[in-house]
Design a protein around this ligand. Structure first.
Ligand code: 13P
Ligand code: SF4
Length: 336
């Protein structure tokens, strides 16, 4: 069998990338420029028995060039439970990589950028949760998955935007501590009818969407479907046709017969959809970037696979891991 030359291999990879990425405006030349990097990452994955899990907000070169699985926080945590690989590289933010480590303490979990945090996760500490628990004894603590591991360890159950309402409703208590997203809390108290005690955390991306913007779009395009992430302000969520997680939004757009959509969430989701669905479906409205998600690049994925810095390798204390795992397992149980 004849082997391909290096330049033929690069050309073939560029073709493969271009097939998907041209739908989001990438030129053949730009695809050719990243082809050596995606080839090398994919080769290293095989050599090291590594897998790349990516959130839908990642850039399309990562999603369509090197990711093995793409999903929302819930889908990614379920996938992290099942992986056989020795190394998990997380193309997402720190709380997601930590969740993979909590679920797989024996595996090496790598986060390519130390700056990939989250405004919600960084709004609260384990100590803050201990104070809340002292203030409201016997009230169950439901923490959004967008929290650091010390907060998860203080929680009774974790939830994501795809199962938060279901989990809160299934708890016996009519009063629940729900942290740290205050806007999501407001959406959830309307949906569950329960008394929710919260924390003043906000997502720097979703807090920017506003009702005026939606009203203007509806006026311009009366048949537009508005989809909002559960992290949006209630005024936005209440005026949306659908509210949910990123994967639930993807499912809605794929199934909907409508042609025009506005997605009140991070730009990456629209880019992913533009590649995956018919170009007949069009997207309108503001495109907002998560500064944390965008810290992950093909270059730092490659570097972290080749020679990870100690800080890029996620570490969690055993005691904290065990307690956080119990709260995550409760989520899997209650979201069935
Ligand atoms: P999803 O779980 O819906 O993907 O949300 C994660 C997130 O960070 C939203 O900003
Ligand atoms: Fe955190 Fe918001 Fe970025 Fe999601 S979009 S990772 S909630 S800052």
């Amino acid at each position: 069998m004849q082997h391909m030359t290096e330049s033929q291999e690069i050309e073939k990879e560029a073709e493969h990338l271009y097939k998907n990425l041209q739908r989001v405006g990438w030129s053949k030349e730009k695809c050719r420029s990243i082809a050596p990097i995606t080839l090398e990452i994919n080769r290293l994955k095989k050599e090291l028995n590594a897998i790349i899990l990516a959130h839908s907000y990642q850039t399309p070169d990562i999603i369509f060039g090197v990711a093995d699985f793409v999903g929302d926080s819930f889908g990614l945590s379920k996938k992290a439970q099942q992986v056989n690989a020795d190394i998990i590289v997380f193309a997402g933010v720190k709380f997601m990589a930590e969740t993979a480590k909590i679920l797989n303490p024996e595996k090496t979990v790598i986060l390519p950028s130390l700056e990939a945090g989250c405004s919600l996760a960084d709004s609260i500490t384990g100590e803050d949760v201990r104070k809340l628990k002292a203030q409201y004894p016997n009230v169950p603590v439901v923490s959004y998955i967008n929290t650091n591991v010390d907060v998860k360890a203080e929680s009774d159950v974790i939830c994501t935007s795809s199962n938060a309402a279901k989990i809160i409703k299934r708890l016996e208590s009519d009063t629940v501590i729900f942290i740290p997203d205050m806007l999501m809390l407001k959406n959830l108290s309307a949906e569950t009818g329960k008394k929710l005690i919260g924390w003043n955390g906000k997502c720097v991306v979703h807090e920017e969407f506003n009702i005026q913007h939606i009203q203007e779009l509806k006026k311009l395009y009366p048949d537009i479907k508005i989809l909002a992430h559960l992290e949006c302000d209630p005024s936005v969520a209440m005026n949306a046709d659908f509210v949910g997680s990123t994967s639930q939004m993807i499912e809605y757009v794929k199934k909907s017969p409508a042609k025009k959509f506005m997605l009140a969430t991070e730009c990456g989701l629209v880019e992913r959809l533009k590649v995956e669905i018919s170009p007949e479906k069009e997207f309108y409205g503001a495109c907002l970037l998560c500064p944390y998600m965008k810290k992950i690049t093909l270059e730092n994925i490659l570097e972290s696979l080749l020679d990870p810095d100690d800080e890029q390798i996620i570490k969690v204390d055993k005691d904290i891991q065990v307690r956080a795992l119990s709260a995550l397992q409760k989520m899997f149980e209650l979201s069935k």
